[in-house]
Ligand binder design. Sequence first.
Ligand code: AMP
Ligand code: ZN
Length: 112
Amino acid sequence: MDCLFCKIAAGQIPSQKLYEDDKVLVFRDIDPQAPFHALIIPKEHIASAGAVTHENSAIVAYIFEIAAKLAAEHALTGGFRLVTNCGADAGQTVPHLHFHMLAGRLLGWPPG
Ligand code: AMP
Ligand code: ZN
């Protein structure tokens, strides 16, 4: 499949890995929007949050578990934001489910 994040998950395209196991990969965003900006992706191809179903939804809970572990490991004591863009209006540019994990500065709300 011609999917950027599937290729990163398969190791065909390099990334700055922060964590990896059989289900998920965490790597640094190439265009960081905060001092800490990681992307957490399932290794399984899921196109977006809009493609989450009863059959594949367990990975979403697992991703949140990994995010909490990362926050502890990287001492993100000020907090963090975990966000997924779904579809054109939200600005999704890579059609493989990913959660942005942002931390290290005061994050505005609402997002633009
Ligand atoms: P989104 O716009 O929400 O779909 O997020 C896609 C993110 O992937 C953007 O923040 C990009 O900076 C990031 N990105 C694109 N290509 C790469 C890459 N090769 N390695 C790491 N991050 C990437
Ligand atoms: Zn993919």
